[in-house]
Design a protein around this ligand. Sequence first.
Ligand code: ZN
Length: 461
Amino acid sequence: MENKLDTNTSSGLREVDLIIKNAYIATVNSSNQIFKNGSIVIDQSKILRVGLDSSNYRAKRTIDARGALVHPGFIDNHVHLNYHGLRWLTRDGSGWNEALPLHMKYMEIVNQESEYMSSMLAMLEMVKNGTTAFLESGGIVNTDAAAEAATNIGIRTFLGDAFIRDQDANGVSVSTKDKDKIYNLLGTELARNRDGNGLVQAVISLSGMGKASDDLLLMAKEMADASGVILNMHQSYQENDYIEDNNRLGIPPMVHYDNIGLLDSNCMFAHVNCISDMEVRPILDSKLSIAWCPMASMLFGLGGTIKGKHLELFKNGINISFGCDSANWTSAFDIGEQAFIALLTAREKTGDPSALIAEEILRIATINGSKALRKESEFGSIEIGKRADLVIRKNTLPESLPGFDPLREVMVSSRSKSIDTVIINGDIVVENGYSTKLDEDEFANEFRVFHQKLIANLEKA
Ligand SMILES: [Zn+2]
């Protein structure tokens, strides 16, 4: 990719910060408009113009995309930042239940430093793989450490309060004292939304998966409504918790949530790998969103991509987005990989090669993610007035040739290998595939030192 300072000083042209030229632009607008040899004019944090002509502008900087694909940044709607130091400390071939004790032990020794270092690594991984915004699923205790990392890496971040739960999966309530503490904590992250332009924002998050009483669910929903944010929680990850929900409630969980008036278009549920036919109608009626994490099921052989109904719900208008979950629940924090896996599993499950196509997985990975966050008017597509959150690919890899269908080349063949430049809020955060915000080698060394300390602390705990 060629970057150059534009020295054109001819008068009458509006000066802007950045123009991307010669791009194959997948706008992901409502008609999936494509501009071949298009340009994107960016000033400060926003997109000023998209189209074939940028001759009315002169830029402080011009990037020549040389015909490569430019698309909106990916959005990861289910992330646990906290566990990157634990990656593959689990025994290869072990189940999710074997991984859990290690993760719980880690939470006993967690501190500001470990949450900062894990967040830094997770966020660096995300931006380098083309993710420009993500939702942390309420598992960070020192949220300021995550916010600091987000500012340092330059990634758009949505945080929630950590581990909000008031009962166990059998419905046994926590003590009144703990309940008061938990209820007081709910919504404290919302203070971050006072600066509407801030890179770090907040939503309402519950742990979910049977760990919330109806009182807590409705309290959280009311708070989300009043604050104009979403309510996010885990739901129906695998058979154990799904059966627990059914046993405790006497009916399938989504039917129960519908009965108590919880389900709404500002609810986002992560996973939903288990689902009965009875739950389809309330989901469709409510227009809720789902963060589909295919690998979090596949890595443990849970069957969510086969038995789940993500594809059917998507085809019936439900807003499906993608999530990577956490370090031991995915290959990497790479939404492009989740998208590719989703495409493959959809075709394999249905026997239909048109079950999901590249254009659809790009929409799920971008605009659907922002819709789930209720931020589609701000980012998620390349349109005038939206934040400049986008990815420029390179098209010189073997996997990018012959260059007949740039969108399919990227989503199916070259995938994260072809990430060249990532722009968030108008700021170039990745250039030539590397972070512009830190020395990656230096960070890798720092992380290794931190990791040795972490292992020693885990052994002592
Ligand atoms: Zn999760």
